[in-house]
Each structure stands twice: as structure tokens, then as C-alpha cells.
Ligand binder design. Structure first.
Ligand code: GDP
Ligand code: MG
Length: 456
């Protein structure tokens, strides 16, 4: 009943952290265990997003707290594979995620991308829980499959407990150096100012019940207002994908409201607003059928919060990272179109009027914005053109205009996008440089190093 003022939607969680800390493995483990434990658990791997029904979370956290009261319908976790740039960089709209899991490898402590993630979380003022992952790698660790972490810890030898404590103290100190208080979650008396640490293993499952329960209980306790279901549609485009037999589709996260088949929607496009009608609303089949390619569940309507694939015409130039709007019966289409293009304004205003500068390309609007922001200070690197998506020949052509003017600006800074073979060949032929990197910081460093080299 959507008129119920007290109805809550599922909290949305994203996973962040340094490469190889186990972000993907953690999610795989949470999903995988359920498949093995039975088919009736109802976990659905949504598009780029995994939905964990409350019933499932209750089941797997029973040992930890049998009487746990779960008021939210479930938990929506934004998957990392393919969404690295999206989850790791500032996203558009009213902050897509309620909470983040920051994964730290207990053997490595804080690493460069952990600190990048932390800075983004601070900037967005997003709450987070630290998963101190790979506890099973502590020398002598005794496996306690799926056990709550306190229980698993009691099973360990004095030596393992000491090893664990040493590492924990080191890591708490490292967080302190970043200006943050952290504490083992079951010892944390000051939740709120002190961030929780949950030791986990993505291999044997220790601490997994703890992190699931903590995510749900913490969000439903501290974010009631934000999680109260509202009819007003709030929806973000996660990815633009071509699907066999369906043409270009968009994967979205519906944060609030309800989407229906036949709704008129407006999406932000590179060449202006795209007005279209929802032909189909799809989600994949439940877990067991995930690997069956190309089969989806059709829905007449879907209520937030959910990850959804939308099929509609004319989505070819839609931009990932922007907001989607529904044109309601009382809405003026022109107003909605203007609202949709708001997202592009800040980016367009960054293009240098002189027409001189580098060419910047990224996978999503959010990552493009973050990159443009980085190019502003401390030295302003002018930008003559931008694009979202893979680097094509036409982008190389546009960048090549600078060859005769300011040669070093005949450069494409490409973040988290593919470079087509033809584009690569043309760039070599013309002398246009294409820099690519997995991190916007690395990309900037590469370009700076190149400029410094020229000066010498
Ligand atoms: P991501 O880059 O953060 O997504 O990291 P992955 O999930 O790809 O994991 C990186 C590597 O660490 C893989 O070889 C995993 O098998 C391993 N790994 C992840 N989590 C754990 C863990 O809890 N314990 C152990 N021993 N290995 C892990
Ligand atoms: Mg990964």
C-alpha cells in the first residue's frame, strides 16, 4: 500500500575499496551461499544490482540475533563489476547510496584507493561500514563457516587472536591518520561518530551475518526519513547497453516511486533530452537462472527500490549517471525536458570558450564531472571537448584539431572507456595521444608527467 506513510523502501548500498581487497568476492559469496542453501531463498541478481529480500537476511542472521526486527523490505547492493567508476565516483542526483561498504584487506591495511574512496565518502557525507576482509589469511586461522565474527574469534588460538588484534590496532591507527574514528563494531559504544569495522572472510563466510544485519539495522535505525517510500519517482541511469533482440536498453536504479509499462519518460542524452515510452520493464530471473542468457522477468510495474532494465526506443545516446524523469499527467513536457538536461549544464560550462584544450572522455557523467573537477586545480588544464562512452574515430578527429595550434593539447584523456581499434590507428597516424587509466588520479598524473617531459 503506497499510501502508508510508514512504509519503508530498501536501503541502497555500494561497495568500495582498493583493487583486490575482495569486493567482488564478498558479493559473490553472499549470493553464492544462498544458491547452495536452497532455491526458495528468493535472492534475485538484478541488473548490476543485487536485491536481498529481508526474509533472506533474517534467515542468515538468525544465529546472530534471532529476534531481529527488519522493517525494510530488503537490501539493494550495487554490484562492483562494470560499475567501478559509478560506485567509486560522485554520482548524480540526491546521492544514490544510503550507505557504503568500504572493503579493506586485513593483510594490507589502507591502500591508495581506500583513501580515494574515503575522500569521496567524506565529500558526499555518506555513511559507511568497514569490512576488514580476508581474516582467514591470518596464520593459523580456524575456519568457522558462516559464523558470526565474535563466535569465530572465540574459536581461534591465542596466537591468532593476537595477530588479529595487532593488525586491527594498526588499521584503526591508519584511519585515525585520515581523521576518522573506527572501532570493532561489537565494541563500538559511540556508533555515529565512530565508524564500525566488521571482520569478514569472503572465502569461508565468517562475519557475513554481522555485516548483513548491521547494514539493515543501521540504515533502518538512522535513516527512517530517507528510507520512507515516496511516490515521486527518483531514478538514475546506471548503464546504457545494447542487448540482442532489444536494441539499446538502459539499466537504472529506481530509488523511489513506481515505474509502469507505458510511462512516458525523459532521459538525458548527448544530443539533448530523449523523450520516449517504457516498452518493457525487466529484471533477470532469480539466482538459479541467472546464467541463462537473454531471459528476463517482465513486470507491469515495479516499486522502489529496485534495479531495472528499461526497454524503449531512442535510447542510443542516453548518458549513464544522469536522472530519469517520468512525465506525469500534470507535468509540462518542456519543463521536464529542461530538468533532465540540468545534469549536463555543469559539464558543458567547463568547455573552454577559446576552443583550445584537451579532449576528455569518460564512462559516465559522474566520472566525467570528477575528472573535469580534477583538471581545474591546482593548474587549470583547459578542455576543448568532452564525450561519454568509447573513444571513436570522430573523437580522435576532434582532438587532432589542436595538433597545429597547441600540440600537447592534441590529447584524449580517457577514463574507464574502451578505445576502438580504428580510433587507436587513426591517433597513431595523426599523432594524437590517448591516455587511459583506471583511476582519474592516475590519468592526471600521466598527463602531467607528459607535459613535464616536454618542458625538459
Ligand atoms: P576486488 O578487486 O576488490 O573485487 O577483489 P576480488 O573479489 O576480485 O578478490 C581479489 C582476490 O582476493 C581473489 O583472488 C579472491 O579470491 C581473493 N579474496 C577475496 N576475498 C578473500 C578472503 O576473504 N579471503 C581470502 N583468503 N582471499 C580472498
Ligand atoms: Mg572486483
Amino acid at each position: 500500500n503506497s499510501d502508508d506513510k510508514n512504509e519503508l523502501r530498501s536501503p541502497i548500498c555500494c561497495i568500495m575499496g582498493h583493487v583486490d581487497t575482495g569486493k567482488t568476492k564478498l558479493l559473490d559469496y553472499i549470493r553464492g551461499t544462498n544458491v547452495q542453501e536452497g532455491e526458495a531463498c528468493g535472492i534475485t541478481q538484478q541488473i548490476g544490482v543485487t536485491y536481498f529480500p529481508a526474509e533472506n537476511i533474517r534467515e542468515r542472521t538468525r544465529e546472530l540475533k534471532a529476534d531481529a526486527k527488519l522493517n525494510v523490505p530488503g537490501l539493494l547492493v550495487i554490484d562492483t563489476p562494470g560499475h567501478e567508476s559509478f560506485t567509486n565516483l560522485r554520482s548524480r542526483g540526491s546521492g544514490l547510496c544510503e550507505i557504503a561498504i568500504l572493503v579493506v584487506d586485513i593483510m594490507h591495511g589502507l591502500e591508495p584507493q581506500t583513501i580515494e574512496s574515503l575522500n569521496l565518502l567524506k565529500m558526499r557525507n555518506t555513511d559507511f561500514i568497514v569490512a576488514l576482509n580476508k581474516v582467514d589469511r591470518l596464520y593459523g586461522w580456524k575456519t568457522c563457516r558462516n559464523a558470526p565474527i565474535a563466535k569465530a574469534m572465540k574459536q581461534q588460538s591465542k596466537q591468532v587472536q593476537m595477530l588479529f588484534n595487532d593488525r586491527l590496532i594498526q588499521i584503526i591507527t591508519q584511519f585515525k591518520e585520515q581523521g576518522l574514528n573506527t572501532e570493532l563494531y561489537y565494541k563500538n559504544k559511540d556508533r555515529g561518530d565512530t565508524f564500525n569495522i566488521v571482520p569478514t572472510s569472503a572465502i569461508s563466510g565468517e562475519g557475513i551475518p554481522d555485516i548483513l544485519l548491521l547494514l539493515v539495522q543501521w540504515t533502518q535505525k538512522t535513516m527512517i526519513e530517507r528510507l520512507t517510500f515516496s511516490k515521486e519517482v527518483e531514478c538514475t541511469v546506471l548503464e546504457v547497453k545494447v542487448i540482442e533482440g532489444h536494441g539499446t536498453t538502459i539499466d537504472v536504479v529506481l530509488v523511489n516511486g513506481v515505474l509502469h509499462e507505458g510511462d512516458q519518460i525523459v532521459v538525458c542524452g548527448l544530443q539533448g533530452p530523449i523523450v520516449t515510452t517504457i516498452r518493457s520493464l525487466l529484471t533477470p530471473h532469480p539466482m538459479k537462472e541467472l546464467r541463462v542468457k537473454g531471459t528476463y522477468l517482465h513486470h507491469k510495474e515495479i516499486k522502489a527500490a529496485q534495479g531495472i532494465k528499461i526497454i524503449a526506443q531512442g535510447l542510443e545516446h542516453a548518458i549513464a549517471g544522469t536522472s530519469l524523469y517520468v512525465v506525469g499527467p500534470d507535468d509540462d513536457l518542456e519543463d521536464v525536458k529542461n530538468k533532465t538536461m540540468e545534469d549536463m549544464k555543469s559539464v558543458m560550462s567547463r568547455i573552454d570558450k577559446s576552443g583550445e584544450g584537451v579532449y576528455v572522455q569518460a564512462s559516465t557523467l559522474g566520472s566525467l564531472e570528477a575528472l573535469l573537477e580534477l583538471l581545474k586545480t591546482p593548474v587549470n588544464i583547459p578542455v576543448r571537448g568532452i564525450s561519454i562512452g568509447p573513444v571513436h574515430k570522430k573523437d580522435v578527429m576532434k582532438a587532432s584539431v589542436m595538433l597545429e595550434k597547441i600540440n600537447e593539447y592534441a590529447t584524449i584523456l580517457a577514463f574507464d572507456v574502451k578505445v576502438t581499434q580504428e580510433a587507436r590507428e587513426l591517433a597513431d597516424e595523426l599523432g594524437v595521444r590517448i591516455f587511459t587509466a583506471d583511476s582519474i588520479y592516475q590519468l592526471l598524473e600521466q598527463f602531467k608527467a607528459y607535459i613535464n617531459n616536454l618542458k625538459e
